[in-house]
Design a binder for this molecule. Structure first.
Ligand SMILES: [Zn+2]
Ligand SMILES: [Zn+2]
Length: 500
């Protein structure tokens, strides 16, 4: 303290005279949340933090249940007086210096599925996640500041997913209210008393921890540095995350999401996502995975999810303000090849780009086409015509990318018919395929589904040709009366809920 301050006369303050400085029995830990420290500080006195540390003069600054995230300077000064801990040190326990929208930080499980599909997601205050490893190691258990961030999902020190629910009773973990004078134990479930340090640790993938670190490093500056994208304002980054996660969580089928999560877990070299992969950790994992391979992985995700294209995804977010929308558009639309102009095209590209038929026309032709292999090729070529990457179009149509490349090259050399000409089934001629197709079509629609070996036997009997189970099942799928090929009609677009 500079000498001048030692002799400075404190201005007379009635409030402070009545509330004398308390012995600082519980100094704050450097990475502690302000709320955690205040609760720990008041605990030995058997009084609530509000009664012990907050006077009437601060009331108006402490009405909001989340005030401790960004305490007012008045409150900091008062707390410093009463606890003997420097105001700057107290301020460092909060997010007072963080620029931009602090609401985003306070929303529990900000990137979890409920934020995207529920009209009334929880607004519960003081929700936290904890690291069981940290709490188990603590001599004096305390809640880390960063655990109070709604989007934080992992502990870097323990490589563990943060725990947000009591493993014993299922209660969502929350900090007690400041008006509560009940005993505070940071490492116990406040409902059932379970020792949270004993929660079984779920490992977090390194890639996710690194991604979260980018957010933790960038967030105090309001600038997030994303691989492949560069630095973005916090609000823009979150708007981009929302559109990306909206594509994952909104209007997608659980089976498609499972397929995506299996792929992500494989790429991240991590454990499978588990039976209810809807939490904040999964949301953060999706983002970490996408930005690790930006923008190709966004394409892969949209293709696996059968999700609508980026420009339609953006329409889900009508409440985005214009500035954010424009930035997100600039970032997102080039992710889809037909929405960017690029120079380095493969040689067959000019053929497909100059096809007289549009993608829609190719699909219409496909719908009328009776030969399965021609129909499948037409659909895949329509996707490529529309700008879908060959790998993804092939993936969707269940072909090897190499196969689709071969057709495209044949088409470029000899025209569309050349691309469709060769039968996909190597051992059956086109007329034989038609014959089998007609035979399959005579099955009873409400009778039991035929098995593939019945078709195999029939092919052998009629033509003396052995066909694979794969080919036989494909014929059944295409021509059996049991289930029609799904018509890809445009569904009405679901709009994301309108909360912050
Ligand atoms: Zn930890
Ligand atoms: Zn509990």
């Amino acid at each position: 303290m500079p000498p001048a301050e030692l002799f400075a006369v404190e201005p007379f303050d009635f409030e402070i005279v009545l509330a004398p400085r308390l012995p600082a029995q519980a100094p704050p830990f450097i990475d502690e949340a302000l709320a955690s420290w205040l609760l720990r500080f008041a605990d030995p006195f058997g009084v609530s933090p509000q009664a012990l540390l907050l006077g009437d003069a601060e009331t108006e600054f402490t009405i909001h249940p989340e005030w401790w995230r960004r305490p007012d300077a008045t409150v900091l000064v008062a707390l410093a007086h009463r606890t003997g801990v420097a105001a700057e040190r107290i301020k460092a326990l909060s997010f007072a210096d963080w620029p931009g929208d602090s609401g985003i930080d306070a929303v529990p499980e900000r990137f979890a599925r409920p934020r995207y599909i529920s009209e009334q997601p929880t607004r519960q205050s003081r929700r936290i996640g904890v690291c069981a490893g940290c709490l188990a190691d603590d001599e004096q258990p305390y809640i880390r500041r960063d655990w109070t961030l709604g989007w934080a999902a992992a502990c870097a020190a323990h490589g563990a997913v943060l725990v947000r629910e009591c493993a014993a009773c299922g209660a969502k973990l929350r900090l007690p209210a400041f008006a509560s004078d009940e005993h505070f134990a940071a490492d116990r479930c406040s409902r059932c008393g379970f020792a949270l340090g004993r929660t079984e640790v779920r490992p977090a993938a390194d890639v996710v921890i690194r991604f979260q670190k980018r957010l933790l490093v960038g967030r105090p500056l309001g600038l997030i540095d994303l691989p492949g994208v560069g630095e973005l304002d916090w609000e823009i980054a979150v708007a981009l995350f929302d559109v990306l996660l909206g594509a994952v969580w909104i209007d997608t089928k659980p089976t498609a999401r499972d397929q995506l999560f299996t792929r992500i877990a494989r790429d991240l070299n991590s454990a499978p996502f588990g039976s209810a992969p809807h939490g904040g950790y999964e949301g953060l994992s999706v983002l970490a995975w996408m930005f690790e391979g930006w923008p190709e992985r966004v394409q892969v995700a949209l293709a696996i999810l059968r999700a609508v294209r980026p420009h339609r995804q953006l329409m889900r977010w009508p409440h985005l303000n214009e500035k954010l929308r424009r930035r997100v558009e600039e970032l997102l639309l080039p992710c889809w090849p037909d929405e960017r102009s690029y120079s380095n095209r493969a040689w067959w590209r000019s053929w497909i780009d100059n096809l007289p038929e549009t993608a829609e026309e190719l699909r219409t032709t496909a719908a009328r086409e009776r030969l399965p292999h021609r129909r499948a090729r037409l659909l895949a070529i329509a996707d490529v015509r529309e700008g879908m990457p060959v790998e993804i179009a092939a993936d969707l149509a269940d072909f090897m990318p190499r196969t689709l490349y071969i057709w495209l090259k044949r088409g470029a050399a000899g025209g569309l018919d050349a691309a469709l000409e060769r039968p996909r089934w190597q051992y059956l001629t086109e007329s034989q395929v038609m014959e089998l197709a007609e035979w399959i079509a005579t099955a009873q629609p409400d009778g039991p589904r035929w098995r593939a070996n019945r078709v195999q036997n029939e092919a052998l009997r009629r033509f003396g040709t052995e066909i694979s189970v794969h080919v036989a099942s494909r014929l059944l799928r295409r021509h059996g009366p049991w289930r029609r090929r799904r018509v890809l009609a445009k569904k009405p677009l679901t709009v994301a809920p309108s909360y912050g």
